[in-house]
Structure formats: structure tokens, C-alpha cells
Design a protein around this ligand. Structure first.
Ligand code: ZN
Ligand code: ZN
Length: 278
């Protein structure tokens, strides 16, 4: 019974992850989501975000995990399974946000610079995300477009999303106004995510630094290299390029975040994507 419920929940989750946060235009969907099992099942995780913050420095690292993955300080567990790296996160940010409940001490009023800021109706919820990404990523010969929903994980455990707000490549235009002071926001099920530069992370670890991984196992770096701003012109169609980095002295393909569309990833993954499940 429990397994069946989990399966249902997973299916429900995957279906719903496909819509980002169009609740402004669809209040009925937002209401029905609030009454769904998803909310009920996950609420136990969402209430203790402070515990998550204090626990985040004690990631359990399995045997043989390359040290680069220990940079994902927001993970609870990281281990190797077959030819994949398994990364477990709740997806709750370790920075404040107006998308926490006001009673949560991670709550902070919007204090960013966007005069058109518009709080969406969603609240940050914790999940038991399991990312399974290739240990030794390789270029893929076929096209692997990114899907809506999580396309990768950042070092604090928050999801990266692509440059679209919803199905049929809807641009982020309106959604940008609901990004909080750290450039993130939750979708209707409460999955907090970044579509653009996660400025909490770039101010914490530096704009030249590794900020996470996409599902294909290739790393994501910040908007600068050698303290010089990266532009889309420096990158290929997938929004990356290859050279040596601090973590990969022998060179590696990597994505960069830029301040222009597509921000994190272009026309799909460079490699074959792994999976994220809940
Ligand atoms: Zn979004
Ligand atoms: Zn680079």
C-alpha cells in the first residue's frame, strides 16, 4: 500500500513538475494543488527548514565519491551506485526568502531591487529528491532537450530549471517578477528553483566558482572566468565549453550561467541526462 502511494505520488509529482508557476494565470490549478496529496505528504518535510540548514554541513559521503561532489554542501547523502553519483537533497534553500511561511525564521520580506516584484502564491516545500547523474559524463550523439522541472542541482541542493516558464517554450518574461531577492521562487508544488544566476551562491562562493551540476553530470560554473564576465558568445549551443578548471585540471566540458537567455542551459544537455526522482 505504501509503495503504491509512493508510486502515485511520484507520478503526480512528475506530472506537476512540468508546470512551473503559472498560478497567476490559473488560480483554479493553484487551489486544487493546495488540497492535493502532494501538499499533505510533503508538509512534514517543509516545517523544519532550520534543521536542514544546520544539518547541511554534515553530508554523508560514500566510498569513492570524487571530491568535486563534496562541494554540494546542501546534500544529505552522496554515494556511488553503479556508474552514477546519487545525490540526496530536500531542495530547501539555505538562504532566506519571502516564500517561506512568515512564522519560519528563514522568512524574509522581499528586499531586492525589482520594483515590479510580485510574490507568487506558492510556499517552499521540502522533498526527498534523489538525483542520479553519470559519474563519468560523456558527450551525447543525440539531442537531449531539457524538460520543465529540475534540470540539475546546485551546491546548496536547490534545483536548476531551464529558461522556460511553462509548456511550449513560454519565456520567463512575467515569471522574473516573482523571483525573490536571491533569484529563486517555488513552483505550485513548492519546489524552489533557480532559472538564472543564484546570487546567494555567487556571493558566497564566488562568481568564478562551481555552482552545481546538470543531470548529464557536467558541472555548472558561475558567470565569470578569471574575473571576466562570460557572455553567450563565449559558449556553444548548449551554453558551455571545455577547458581545465580548478576542480578538473585535465579539462572538462562545463556550463556557465550568463545574464542572458538561456541563462543556464541552451538547446539541451551536452551529455545524456540522468534522473531526478522523489
Ligand atoms: Zn520557475
Ligand atoms: Zn569556462
Amino acid at each position: 500500500m505504501l509503495r503504491f502511494k509512493q508510486l502515485l505520488f511520484t507520478l503526480y509529482f512528475l506530472l506537476n513538475l512540468a508546470s512551473c508557476s503559472k498560478d497567476n494565470s490559473n488560480p483554479v490549478a493553484a487551489v486544487s494543488n493546495e488540497n492535493s496529496d502532494t501538499t499533505a505528504l510533503s508538509s512534514s518535510n517543509s516545517s523544519n527548514s532550520n534543521d536542514e540548514t544546520t544539518e547541511s554541513s554534515s553530508t554523508i559521503i560514500g566510498d569513492g565519491v570524487p571530491s568535486v561532489f563534496t562541494k554540494i554542501y546542501g546534500a544529505s547523502d552522496i554515494y556511488i551506485e553503479d556508474s552514477n553519483v546519487i545525490i540526496k537533497v530536500t531542495g530547501i534553500p539555505d538562504h532566506k526568502s519571502p516564500y517561506f511561511n512568515t512564522s519560519d525564521n528563514m522568512y524574509e520580506d522581499y528586499n531586492g531591487s525589482n520594483l515590479n516584484f510580485n510574490l507568487n502564491p506558492n510556499k517552499i516545500t521540502g522533498f526527498d529528491f534523489t538525483y542520479k547523474i553519470p559519474l563519468n559524463p560523456k558527450k551525447s550523439d543525440k539531442s537531449n532537450p531539457t524538460a520543465l522541472g529540475s534540470i540539475g542541482v546546485s551546491i546548496n541542493g536547490v534545483s536548476f530549471f531551464n529558461q522556460y516558464a511553462g509548456p511550449n517554450n513560454q519565456p520567463l518574461t512575467n515569471e522574473i517578477n516573482s523571483f525573490d531577492q536571491y533569484n529563486g521562487h517555488p513552483q505550485p508544488q513548492g519546489v524552489y528553483h533557480y532559472h538564472i544566476e543564484p546570487i546567494y551562491l555567487t556571493s558566497k562562493v564566488g562568481s568564478n566558482s562551481l555552482l552545481g551540476f546538470l543531470l548529464d553530470g557536467f558541472p555548472v560554473y558561475g558567470p565569470e572566468e578569471n574575473d571576466t564576465k562570460i557572455t553567450n558568445d563565449d559558449l556553444d549551443e548548449f551554453h558551455g565549453h571545455s577547458h581545465s578548471t580548478e576542480e578538473y585540471p585535465d579539462g572538462i566540458y562545463h556550463y556557465h550561467i550568463t545574464d542572458q537567455d538561456p541563462y543556464i542551459n541552451g538547446s539541451g544537455y551536452y551529455g545524456s541526462p540522468g534522473t531526478v526522482t522523489n
